[in-house]
Ligand binder design. Structure first.
Ligand code: FES
Length: 291
């Protein structure tokens, strides 16, 4: 016998033994899974003795008939099906009053919230302007009117009365000869402009607030509402007004005439007449009785 045949026989024997061992292992697993485990004699004896002593304590495995009877038995009415416990709750009509109350509460809160937002928005927009007047050149701010010489030329070109609507003001010339009297009458913020030859007057009549126009013929200011009259620098000449026209604070900055329309200075008292200017022609408003 050649060596090849011997090797083949050995291989077949090994494979056969291995197959036999695997088959035995499979049988053992199946047996252990489906049948009762093998008990020792001692254990079987003890088990039997216990059954005789107290049959109730020993749990008897159910018989095939018992399994069958349980499987075909009808479901007891006491046992609620699983689906029943998961069924949705029955619909209940909502309480209309409760819905109305909730809606009213929602609307009330919305209105209050909107009002609050509106007030907050207004305050946010108004407060900065109130606390810190705009410096953009409108009324309430400092207005750079222009170079002093240019402003004086503009006043002369407008027949002695230069109106600046953005500042609600009139600008007129102040005669240098009257400065000594002015120094005794007016405040420093007024004098700053007067020394440069200019006066800035608030257009609002000190009587009841009408806008006071100029009168070309008399070269005065004459109020059409109740006839108050003021000379060219705003000193009262007649009518019911309680004082002369109000002034704005002024300054000269870098050669420019700057008027602070946020700083109104009360006009001079009745009887103030620093320039001595009389009407230079017919009055525009009938002379009123002086108060
Ligand atoms: S408002 Fe000017 S005189 Fe009355």
């Amino acid at each position: 016998m050649s060596g090849i045949w011997i090797a083949l026989i050995v291989l077949v024997v090994v494979v056969g033994v291995a197959a036999a061992l695997l088959g035995a292992a499979n049988r053992t697993d199946t047996t252990s899974a489906t049948s009762s485990p093998t008990l020792g004699r001692e254990a079987i004896k003890k088990d039997k003795a216990a059954r005789k002593a107290d049959p109730q304590q020993v749990v008897q495995p159910p018989t095939g008939k018992e399994f069958e009877s349980v499987a075909v038995a009808p479901v007891s009415a006491d046992i609620e099906p699983a689906e029943a416990s998961l069924a949705p709750a029955p619909w209940v009509q909502p309480d209309a009053e409760q819905i109305g109350a909730s809606r009213r509460a929602f609307l009330n809160r919305s209105i209050v919230a909107l009002m609050g937002l509106g007030i907050a928005g207004f305050a946010a927009a108004a407060f900065p302007a109130f606390l810190w007047p705009s410096s953009s050149g409108g009324f309430g701010s400092k207005i750079r009117v222009g170079k002093v010489s240019d402003v004086e030329a503009d006043v002369s070109a407008n027949n002695g009365f230069l109106y600046k609507p953005e500042g609600r003001m009139w600008i007129t010339l102040y005669p240098a000869a009257a400065l000594p009297k002015a120094e005794k009458t007016y405040s420093e913020p007024e004098l700053a402009g007067m020394r440069a030859g200019l006066v800035a007057l608030y257009q609002k009549c000190p009587h009841l607030g009408c806008r006071v126009p100029s009168c070309d013929s008399s070269q005065w200011f004459e109020c059409p509402c109740h006839g108050s009259q003021y000379n060219q620098v705003g000193e009262k000449k007649g009518g019911p007004a309680p004082r002369g026209m109000d002034h704005f604070a002024t300054e000269i900055s870098g050669g420019e005439y700057v008027v602070n329309t946020g700083a109104v200075i009360q006009g001079p008292p009745i009887g103030t007449n620093t320039t001595g200017q009389e009407a230079e022609g017919p009055n525009c408003i009938g002379a009123s009785e002086e108060h």
